[in-house]
Design a binder for this molecule. Structure first.
Ligand code: FES
Length: 129
């Protein structure tokens, strides 16, 4: 098992201090640019599934959902309102101006996606529980 990275969105579409929603391998993903460092999470807010990439706003490592103003850390997934909720986060890689998002999988089904060779990939990120 390893992290397999899939093309998500051009870096230029997510300037510092902003976020965007994109589709990666059929999954809605939110991409955040925190002072030039990119983070990725599931797009759906863990509270009531509203899009984080389309609504609300990002300030530093905190994204605030536009629906009920719950706040999450985009790096750790921590929810500041209720520790019982957690935002699913993904490792990010960057290469030639493109942001890639890592999904955990095995090489029998993920053989097309690269596992390494990024400028700053978090391919050593912890395996999901
Ligand atoms: S849906 Fe995001 S805070 Fe309620």
């Amino acid at each position: 098992m390893a992290w397999y990275f899939y093309e998500a969105i051009p870096e230029s579409k997510v300037p510092p201090g902003t976020k965007a929603r994109c589709l990666v391998e059929g999954f809605d993903i939110a991409i955040y640019n925190v002072d030039g460092t990119f983070y990725a999470s599931a797009d759906a807010c863990p509270h009531e599934r509203v899009s984080l990439g389309d609504g609300g706003y990002v300030d530093g490592e905190t994204v605030t959902c536009g629906a009920h103003r719950w706040c999450f850390n985009v790096r750790t997934g921590e929810c500041y309102e209720d520790a019982g909720f957690k935002l699913t986060t993904f490792p990010v890689g960057r290469k030639e101006g493109m942001v890639y998002v890592g999904f955990w999988g095995d090489d029998t089904v993920e053989e097309e996606a690269p596992t390494a060779g990024f400028d700053d990939a978090e391919d050593d990120a912890e395996a999901p529980a």
